[in-house]
Structures are given as structure tokens and as C-alpha cells.
Design a protein around this ligand. Structure first.
Ligand SMILES: [Zn+2]
Length: 533
């Protein structure tokens, strides 16, 4: 057998581990990336020493794929988590030797299975590599003829393309794991810092001596969604029926359910938007308060129920809550965890306690964050392939077929989102006598309205345009003209403390849109916005 056939067998020896550890697109990505292990063995070097070097490098790269598959396979099977998920990173950054031992004792059968798979594949790899070396002489070099050359060039091209695309490249074990190690070290360093910051926030909050008024709500549910542009909600006048449930609620329950018409986020992405929302609009670097720390100090029990996997959000906000549930263990936009996963956890939180516990429950949704298609179940896609007036309008405005398709996906995701958000309110009303409920998005989304672009957008008003819905007894006193006030999400904390019935020294009525003394000031956006649009 010539060396190129042995080289191919070397590549095939990785296959069982890849098949078991990855599925779908990820499997094909890894398969292409793993070509870097064996492809160059097709051309054995002339000198014996260089051939040895070739063998050692191929062995090392191949081994990295096998270890990678073993670790990822184990984590996915045991937790449904990726190694760079917030759960795994924080657990590892915060683990002592004793905890590590307990972990191994608890999970050794799974670990052993994956380790055996990796090790046996490594044995096979070593065997095939030594065979390759034996036959790899100058006489029997690369395969000759037309079709092997064409095939090899095609494979080479695929590899080059895969390595040039960042989301693909980052799954190459030799790229991923060094970065991952750095992340663990950095998180470990941050950990103490974040811990101190949280202790500091708690101390500063109690210094404010916050108090609760007797007529405040027993429960406040704060639903924070992601990437929802209010202009796409039928509740706000969008021609497609994207929010049938919430719209029906507004019709039947208009007195205590209010949709504020002109809410704007301070930022076009999650991390800075949430940072400001929870810190009352104060920038980092100055001494500031956190809504959750303040609510805790005042006597609220706090919850953070999240379908996000984000290390920064976890460290800066979620960890301040007394009860914390992180449902999604896949970071980034490829996460496929549907938001409805929060509902049973919310129900549990609403039932918690003896009826006297005052609760602040934060529900953090993925909302309609890209990829839109992953934000709804495939069978719940009412606008898939739609050719209605919305699509016609986009066509007239010169939007590409891709953007039109993404608009359909986005609106389908909103339709499913309507169901989840509406359920959070149904549950709140079912379990609480005197509750409040507030729904807001962290930032907006541009989906072909202004330009031929779909995604986060710092350069258009749609990137900041958000919905704001509030339900509860205090809404009965809100006069209609107040719904037309422009509102900024970074000041929302002041209105939230009012809704929580929480008095504290740092409250600023001029930033509370529910207060008579409210004074609007436009946030600093890098784009001109008509805030009454
Ligand atoms: Zn976001």
C-alpha cells in the first residue's frame, strides 16, 4: 500500500471519536479541520529525519483532536455544555482540589468511557503512523494521475477555507484550547475581583438604608429580552401578527397593562446595556449601586433565571441574586436553548415561600437574538417563506433575498417569543395576589428596515428601539399621555425602585418616567434619533 493510502487511514482513525462527540454541522467542520492532521502525510519528506518530524507533528495534531473530542463528548453528554460555556468556565475557575476529586468520583463512568474512546483511537493512530513511515520512501511518494490530484486540491482548498473562517477555525483544538486556558486563568483572576465588587455593592446598598412601603408588590417579575425591536410587534402597530397574545391582553386588560411607546436602549449590545440598566445609568468607574443589591438590602429575595450563557452577565449581575438558575450552557449565537425553558423555573420561584416573602425575579431571555431561526421551534414558523406586503415592501426597498428571509425568520421568532413572554405574565398572575411585571429588551435590532442588514446595529435607530410593557396595579393610575414620554433603559432602575415600593437616598425623580418631575434628556447615541418615532 502506498503512503497516501496509509495517510488516509490515519485520517479515518479520527472518525469514530468525531462521529460520537459532534453532530450536525459541527461534525463536518471538525472533519474538514482534521484534514490538517493527515493531508500532508500524502507527500512524505525525502529525508528520514524530516519524515520523523512529519510523523511526530501529525501524531500531535491528531492526538489534540482526539482529546478534544473526548472532553467535549463528555461535557455534552453529562451537562449539555460546551467547554467555554459560563457554567464550565466559572466552575473550573472556582474549583478547589477537593471539589475536583469529588467531581471525578461522581462522574467517573462517563469520563472513563470517553477516555477509553480517545485512548483507543490514539493507539490506532500511532499504529497507522508507524505503518506510514515504513512505506514512505522516495519511490512511492504522492499519488499520480489526474483524479487524485484534483481530489487532493479540492480537499486542500476546503481546509484553507475552513481555517480562514473564524467561527470554524476556533474549533480547531490547537486554536481553541490555548485560548480556553487563558480564559480560565483570567476568570480565576477576575473571580476574586468580582467577589469583592459584589461584597462592596452589598455594603453600599445597606448603607443606603433602603426601606419598603407596605403597599408595594409582593412579587416583581422583570423580564429582560434580547434584540427585540418594538417596531416589529403588532402590539405597537406592525402589520404582521407577531404578538397576538400580548395584544389580546392589552385589549382585555388595558387599564393595568401598559405599552410605553417610545422606549430606547442606551446601547446596541447586551453587556453595556445591562450594565447601565442595573446600575441606574451610572458609568463604570464611579461608585454606583446595583438594583439587585439594593432590593436585597431592602428585604426582597432575589432570583436570576437565565436562558443566556454569558460569563460577564453571570459575574456582574446573576451572581448577586440569592437564587440563580442558568439554563443555557452554550455561549454565543449558536445556542439553541429555547426561552420556554425558563417557564417551569419561574413557576417554582413564584410558588416559593410562605406568601410573605417579597420577591424580585429577573428572567433573562435570549429573545430574538441571532440566529433568529434558533429562537423558535421549527414547527412554529408562521412567516416562513411568506410573500406578503411586508416582503413586497422590502423588495421594493431593494433588500436582498437573504435579508428578506431573515426578516421572515425574525418575525417567526417574535411570534414564538410572544407566547413565552405572555406565559411569564400568566404565571405571575396565577401565583401572586399583588404582583408587578415588567418586560423590556436589552437593545433593538435592525432587520432590513434602514439598510440591507440584519443584526445588531449601533448606527441606526432600530438598534436602540425597544419595547417596554408594564402590568400591575400602579398602571391603573398612569394617564395615557404619559405613555408617549420618551424613555431610556439606563434610567429604568429609578422607575423600578418606585414599582418595587423601595425608598432609598439615591432615587432621582427626574430620571423616573413614572414621576411627575421626570425630565427627559436624550442619551448619547452615535446616530441622530427622533426619540418620538
Ligand atoms: Zn443583546
Amino acid at each position: 500500500m502506498p503512503p497516501w493510502q496509509w495517510a488516509t487511514l490515519v485520517g479515518l482513525s479520527l472518525l469514530p471519536a468525531l462521529v460520537l462527540a459532534f453532530d450536525g454541522t459541527r461534525f463536518w467542520q471538525l472533519l474538514v479541520l482534521s484534514l490538517s492532521t493527515w493531508l500532508w502525510l500524502v507527500w512524505p519528506s525525502v529525508g528520514a529525519r524530516r519524515r520523523t518530524l512529519q510523523l511526530v507533528l501529525a501524531g500531535a495534531i491528531g492526538t489534540s483532536f482526539l482529546i478534544d473530542a473526548g472532553v467535549r463528548g463528555f461535557l455534552w453528554q453529562t451537562y449539555g455544555a460546551l467547554p467555554d460555556s459560563s457554567m464550565v468556565v466559572t466552575a473550573l475557575a472556582n474549583t478547589s482540589a477537593i471539589e475536583a476529586r469529588e467531581f471525578v468520583l461522581a462522574y467517573w463512568p462517563g469520563m472513563l468511557t470517553w477516555a477509553l474512546l480517545s485512548l483507543s483511537s490514539m493507539g490506532l493512530l500511532a499504529l497507522l503512523l508507524s505503518r506510514w513511515r515504513r512505506v514512505a520512501t522516495r519511490q512511492s511518494a504522492a499519488p499520480r494521475g489526474n483524479w487524485p490530484t484534483i481530489l487532493l486540491l479540492t480537499i486542500l482548498l476546503m481546509l484553507a477555507v475552513a481555517l480562514s473562517i473564524k467561527p470554524w477555525r476556533k474549533f480547531h483544538p490547537l486554536v481553541f484550547w490555548p485560548g480556553w486556558t487563558k480564559q480560565i486563568v483570567a476568570t480565576r483572576a477576575n473571580w476574586n475581583n468580582a467577589h469583592l465588587q459584589r461584597a462592596d455593592l452589598a455594603r453600599r446598598a445597606s448603607e443606603q438604608r433602603p426601606s419598603l412601603s407596605a403597599n408595594g408588590p409582593d412579587t416583581m417579575v422583570l423580564v429582560i429580552s434580547d434584540s427585540v425591536n418594538r417596531q416589529h410587534l403588532s402590539l405597537y402597530g406592525y402589520p404582521r401578527q407577531t404578538t397576538p397574545r400580548l395584544a389580546a391582553r392589552q385589549q382585555h386588560d388595558g387599564k393595568s397593562f401598559k405599552a410605553f411607546r417610545h422606549a430606547w436602549s442606551s446601547d446596541a449590545s447586551t453587556i453595556p446595556a445591562l450594565d447601565k440598566l442595573f446600575h441606574f445609568g451610572e458609568p463604570a468607574g464611579v461608585p454606583r449601586h446595583h438594583l439587585l443589591a439594593l432590593a436585597s438590602a431592602a428585604g426582597y429575595q432575589t432570583w436570576w433565571i437565565s436562558n443566556h450563557d454569558d460569563l460577564a452577565v453571570d459575574l456582574q449581575h446573576a451572581q448577586l441574586a440569592r437564587h440563580r438558575t442558568m439554563l443555557n450552557k452554550v455561549p454565543g449565537r449558536s445556542a439553541a436553548s429555547l426561552d420556554r425553558a425558563v417557564l417551569p423555573v419561574l413557576e417554582e420561584a413564584l410558588r416559593y415561600g410562605d406568601g410573605k416573602t417579597r420577591k424580585l425575579i429577573v428572567v433573562h431571555l435570549l429573545g430574538t437574538h441571532p440566529h433568529y431561526r434558533l429562537r423558535h421551534p421549527p414547527e412554529n414558523a408562521p412567516f416562513k417563506g411568506a410573500q406578503d406586503h411586508v416582503v413586497k415592501q422590502l423588495e421594493q426597498n431593494g433588500r436582498s433575498a437573504r435579508t428578506r428571509e431573515l426578516r421572515n425568520d425574525y418575525d417567526s421568532a417574535l411570534h414564538f417569543h410572544d407566547h413565552v413572554v405572555d406565559q411569564t405574565l400568566t404565571l405571575t398572575r396565577r401565583y401572586c395576589k399583588n404582583a408587578g411585571w415588567l418586560f423590556v429588551s436589552d437593545h433593538g435590532q435592525e432587520v432590513g428596515s434602514v439598510s440591507d442588514h440584519a443584526g445588531h446595529s449601533a448606527s441606526s435607530a432600530d438598534g436602540y428601539r425597544i419595547p417596554l410593557l408594564i402590568w400591575g396595579a400602579p398602571m391603573r393610575d398612569v394617564p395615557d399621555p404619559l405613555l408617549n414620554r420618551p424613555i431610556r433603559s439606563d434610567w429604568l432602575g429609578h422607575s423600578l425602585t418606585r414599582l418595587l415600593g423601595l425608598q432609598w437616598a439615591g432615587y432621582r425623580p427626574e430620571r423616573d418616567f413614572l414621576a411627575p418631575d421626570y425630565r427627559w434628556q436624550p442619551p448619547r447615541h452615535p446616530v441622530r434619533i427622533d426619540y418620538l418615532s
